[in-house]
Design a protein around this ligand. Structure first.
Ligand SMILES: Nc1ncnc2c1ncn2[C@@H]1O[C@H](COP(=O)(O)OP(=O)(O)OP(=O)(O)O)[C@@H](O)[C@H]1O
Ligand SMILES: [Mg+2]
Length: 298
């Protein structure tokens, strides 16, 4: 069982040593990778994917439980350490979901593959909300269904302890649940993201600048509180979306108004934000904002 991976800093784009010279991520933890376009986020992910040992353009070294990649030897076992979930993934293999999963389970020598396949499908359908069936052909899955199946497969069948995710925000799946499922399996997750909710879900985040790891922050207790508000807001949004997509009307009747306009989540969010100097209760309904102002002036 893999305990942690470490990134030993190399050089930024100007050839200066990276400010962050060492970074460890333990099993079951998420590292968020953030920073502007072109700052080197994808490059960092790719260094890990390649088990860089000073030979990539950043000069970084990746350690697995303190060990560098064996010099010269292309260790095949190591290749199985990393699974990647990418934004534009679609299956091109012409076979049913069941055939594919069975094949994968056999490669991994999994006992009782039927039970495992059932588990993969349950997780996948929980993540995408658009159910797929064992007999469905892989090529006919939507983007969201493909990624949900991929995450479920990585969590259940693949024994890769490291999961790399480059921008999952518009992936059409329940991203928060996906992260929980993966870390719940003791995976190390590296996540490139611009989404505050996902960034704050991580225990730590590295801020990239000019090709280098510039800062490393642990998520603070205060930030975790803001995260709770954001998650509440997301749940509220998801439930609104489900109602709208299934053809329901919202906020038309008085009792609905209570439920949707004055949802607990918006109230919680704006209250949390008020405690942060310079915070901004964006997204709060005017009624809620009013309430918060009243509380504030007391
Ligand atoms: N330390 C470095 N030294 C030299 N080149 C680098 C370094 N880091 C990144 N690069 C190069 O800079 C370019 C931009 O990096 P990268 O694609 O990783 O940015 P990004 O943060 O993922 O951007 P985006 O948000 O647009 O996806 C790439 O060609 C990459 O290989
Ligand atoms: Mg990128």
């Amino acid at each position: 069982m893999l305990g942690k991976i470490s990134i030993i800093g190399g050089l930024d784009k100007d050839g200066n040593p990276e400010k962050v010279q060492r970074l460890d991520i333990a099993a079951g933890e998420v590292l968020a990778v953030v920073g502007p376009t072109g700052s080197g986020k994808t490059q960092l992910i790719s260094d890990i994917e390649q088990y860089a040992d000073g030979e990539t353009l950043t000069g970084r070294t990746i350690l697995i439980d303190e060990q560098p990649m064996d010099q010269g030897s292309e260790d095949k076992e190591l290749r199985h350490l990393v699974a990647e979930v990418s934004q534009n993934m679609n299956f091109v293999i012409d076979m049913s979901i069941e055939e594919f999963l069975l094949m994968h389970a056999q490669v991994r020598a999994i006992n009782n593959p039927q039970k495992t396949i059932q588990k993969v499908l349950t997780i996948s359908n929980e993540l995408s909300g658009e159910p797929v069936f064992p007999t469905d052909n892989l090529t006919r899955l939507s983007g969201g269904q493909s990624r949900a199946l991929m995450v479920a497969d990585v969590a259940t069948i693949s024994n890769a302890p490291v999961v790399l995710i480059d921008e999952i925000e518009n992936a059409g799946i329940d991203r928060l649940k996906a992260l929980k499922i993966l870390t719940g399996q003791g995976k190390i997750v590296l996540l490139v993201s611009h989404d505050p909710t996902l960034i704050l879900m991580a225990r730590q985040r590295v801020i990239m600048k000019n090709g280098g790891m510039d800062k490393l922050y642990q998520t603070t207790v205060e930030e975790k509180k803001i995260l709770e508000g954001l998650i509440g807001q997301e749940k509220h949004f998801a439930s609104l979306r489900d109602h709208l997509r299934s053809g329901k009307r919202i906020g038309m009747k008085n009792e609905n108004k209570e439920e949707w306009y004055r949802g607990q989540s918006f109230g919680t969010l704006s209250a949390e934000y008020q405690q942060i100097p310079g915070g901004n209760a964006q997204g709060a309904r005017s009624e809620d904002a009013g309430e918060t102002r009243d509380r504030d002036s007391n």
